[in-house]
Design a protein around this ligand. Structure first.
Ligand SMILES: [Fe+2]
Length: 499
């Protein structure tokens, strides 16, 4: 309970004796009392100072009590308003209450009555101030919904600042996120709104933080708020000051502060609660955003590590494929050339870039299955005998078995497994026919045969390019897919494949 000492009362009456009696009596009760003789003077006084209550006579010359109450309401001043009136004018007093007075006292009055009317008024006002109104609750719900679905930190801060300003009608609203406590945000992330946003006013963050580490939130009226706000443009202490932390468990992410310099806007307990709830929601949303960003970052790192792992693995497999060729001077570089021819053919067929690269890689690996065949037999001069042919012909199958356990290389298997199939169905290992043979296999078959013909072998010299090309043309439709041969010939014609 606030003691009367901190409460100020403005007495308005054109009769001096009433003013003096009330001043003496209420001062003795601990109130700060100021008296004025007219409605106009009362308004001037209210413009300058905040009062907790006004006791006004009803019947006064110029501006009567009814008009005064209406004007106080229009100006939005928040204080307990009591009308004093004689018996004959009770109906008018009731009317005064309709336009905003909290209570009335009949003259002549007993002083105890004045006190109980004031106490009742203060109690009612306290209850009103402490309870968040329905309008505020609806606003809170709407904003909480919005920020819960927002993942952009900057947008969350914008929403909070805007909603806080709308609710408090503060002259200066300040929302700050501490860079040292939330390093993922830009340093000095401060938003200002309200009519004085562009002024030199600034919040003493340290003073506010010091207080907010002791108290859950801060609501200061009059000079009490002065220590928290400064700057060259500050000519008078704020009328009202409110600050709340943006808290997540164990950490203050930032602070939200509102200052009013006009009597019309005096922050209430309701405002303090509103800002507190909003700041807590904002802190949770910001923290979620930070966690999501952290998770996404970790995921990116994981994906990158996986990509590097795959690349290293591919290089190792490629190393094996090259190692097989190293023992045979006649086949050295064969797989790389097959890969290049395959890529040229695939590009000529206008396949997707990623498929073209897959075909290139499959070309490099097409003979990986030869890893299981002894190098003497592979390099043998003269013809292979029947068991040797059988063993040699197992290399597509073995290549398939090597690649099968590796998930990110499985899509290359069709090129490795099917590069010895023939278009007429006379190839191996499956004897597939025409378009049953995967395109990758059909392309590598042409590239492989062309390179074999144009390279020296232990048992014969390389054929001239023209002869090899003619050989492909002659076997188009039997050994080779005519479409693939046609693409190969087109690449030759363009000079992409040459001696
Ligand atoms: Fe082969």
């Amino acid at each position: 309970m606030i003691s009367n000492e901190h409460r100020s009362i403005l007495v308005v009456d054109d009769e001096m004796v009433i003013r003096e009696v009330l001043e003496d009596f209420l001062s003795a009760e601990g109130y700060e009392v100021v008296t004025v003789s007219s409605g106009a003077n009362a308004l001037l006084e209210l413009e300058e100072e905040h009062y907790d209550a006004i006791l006004s006579d009803l019947m006064m010359p110029q501006m009567n009590g009814l008009e005064l109450m209406t004007e106080i309401n229009n100006r939005g001043y928040q204080l307990v308003k009591v009308i004093m009136t004689g018996y004959g004018t009770i109906e008018t007093a009731v009317q005064a209450m309709k336009v905003g007075a909290d209570d009335y006292i009949l003259k002549p009055f007993k002083m105890e009555e004045v006190l109980s009317v004031l106490d009742r008024g203060f109690d009612r006002q306290r209850l009103l101030r402490e309870n968040i109104t329905l309008r505020e609750t609806v606003n809170l719900y709407r904003i909480a919904e919005t920020i819960a679905h927002e993942s952009d930190s900057a947008r969350i801060l914008q929403e909070i600042a805007e909603a806080s300003w709308q609710e408090t009608q503060a002259d200066y609203l300040y929302l700050s996120i501490f860079p040292t406590r939330a390093p993922q945000w830009d340093p000095g992330s401060v938003l200002r709104t309200g009519p004085l946003a562009g002024s030199s006013l600034t919040i003493d963050e340290q003073a506010v933080i010091d207080l907010l580490t002791r108290e859950p939130s801060l609501l200061a009226q009059g000079a009490d708020g002065q220590v928290f706000i400064g700057g060259p443009d500050l000519t008078a202490p704020p009328v009202s000051f409110c600050a709340v932390p943006l808290m997540v468990p164990g950490r203050m992410l930032g602070l939200l502060a509102a200052a009013s310099f006009t009597r019309r806007t005096i922050f209430t307990e309701g405002h303090r609660k509103f800002l507190h709830i909003l700041a807590t929601k904002a802190a949770a949303a910001l923290e979620n955003t930070r966690l999501v960003e952290q998770l996404q970052g970790a995921n990116r790192e994981l994906l990158e590590a996986n990509r590097q792992l795959q690349e290293n693995f591919q290089q190792s497999i490629l190393g094996f494929a090259r190692a097989i060729e190293q023992n045979d001077p006649y086949t050295r570089g064969h797989s790389d050339r097959v890969a290049q021819y395959s890529r040229i053919i695939a590009a000529e067929l206008a396949l997707d870039a990623s498929i073209v690269e897959d075909i290139f890689f499959a070309g490099q690996l097409h003979d990986i299955g030869k890893i299981g065949i002894s190098s003497q037999k592979l390099n043998k001069a003269g013809k292979l005998n029947a068991p040797e042919i059988r063993m040699f012909r197992r290399h597509p199958e073995m290549g398939k078995q090597i690649l099968e356990p590796i998930p990110f290389m499985r899509h290359l298997i069709s090129g490795v497994y099917c590069h010895h199939e023939r278009y007429d169905g006379q190839g191996y290992p499956q004897g597939l026919c025409g378009e049953e043979i995967p395109l990758m296999g059909r392309i590598i078959a042409v590239a492989d045969t062309y390179d074999a013909m144009t390279s020296d072998r232990s048992y014969r010299k390389a054929l001239p390019m023209q002869v090899a090309v003619e050989e492909l043309r002659a076997n188009s439709g039997t050994q080779f897919d005519p479409m693939v041969v046609q693409s190969f010939l087109a690449a030759v014609a363009k000079g992409q494949i040459h001696e």
